[in-house]
Design a protein. Structure first.
Length: 271
């Protein structure tokens, strides 16, 4: 029945306010986070949301700042969906979904002001940090955006940058690898995604199957001050104001859960 009439199968569960995997409509899958798992990166994190597994590695490099923003560094996010994570993706250049996810992450970084780009500047007009944030999906089972945003935040919290000075006489940069400083994270954005079923029902943290059966989706990003950073709604069923407000309320609760989890993990890693 599930194979022949998947939508009808789901509707029977949704009528009873639950889902085939036993979760309530507003319940997230088990979430785990592990930081510092890639020793060659300057910061890294592995996030699991049910079966969806995403790893983020941050690599820091030195570069000259852009002429029009001489006092700012750069943050370059890139989301990869390799063919190993799901049969729906092919090898080769990034597909539409990967590009859309990369753009979403770039918008979240920009809108939430999680890192002030001025903090990445070492010497005005001469030297700045570039943070390459590679987010790779290892196992795809829906809700990529929540897992990617979470992995990015946890990886950035794990970054330790070496101290860099510019030698006055030679004008060259000198890097001290023994002295490292954490990044200043000014805001902690957390994404919460919903699938819309039959234009009316909202279910949180959809699996890949639920995303395919849904009539639309919406992702709400909030920060620790309960402020709205962005709402991402790629087409599909329209949402009423009241429904959107429900999503925002649920997103604020989710933010507190994620923040508690990150703080706990960071505390356990600190020597």
């Amino acid at each position: 029945f599930r194979t022949v009439e998947p939508l009808e199968y789901y509707r029977r569960f949704l009528k009873e306010n639950c889902r085939p995997d036993g979760r309530e409509l507003g319940e997230f899958r088990a979430t785990t986070v592990n930081i510092g798992s890639i020793t060659t990166a300057d910061g890294s994190a592995l996030v699991k949301l049910g079966n969806t597994t995403v790893i983020c590695g941050v690599k820091a490099e030195l570069a000259a700042p852009a002429v029009d923003s001489a006092n700012k560094g750069y943050i370059v996010p890139n989301v990869e969906l390799p063919s190993l994570c799901s049969t729906r993706f092919r090898s080769g250049p990034p597909g539409e979904e990967a590009q859309a996810a990369s753009q979403f992450i770039a918008d979240v970084i920009e809108n939430s002001q999680m890192i002030a780009k001025e903090d990445l500047c070492i010497a005005n007009g001469k030297l700045a940090w570039v943070l390459y944030c590679d987010i790779i999906c290892l196992d795809y089972d829906g809700n990529l955006l929540d897992a990617s945003t979470f992995a990015l935040l946890a990886a950035l919290k794990n970054v330790q940058l070496p101290s860099v000075t510019i030698n006055e006489e030679t004008g060259l940069s000198e890097v001290n690898l023994k002295q490292r400083n954490p990044l200043v994270i000014r805001k902690h954005p957390v994404a919460t995604s919903f699938a819309i079923f039959d234009d009316t029902l909202l279910i949180v943290d959809p699996t890949a199957e639920e995303e395919d059966l849904g009539t639309g989706s919406v992702t709400v990003v909030t920060d620790e001050e309960d402020r709205l950073c962005s709402v991402h709604k790629p087409g599909g069923s329209p949402l009423s104001g009241a429904k959107l407000q429900d999503c925002i309320t649920r997103a604020i609760t989710r933010h507190k859960e994620v923040k508690k989890l990150i703080d706990k993990v960071i505390k356990s890693v600190k020597p």
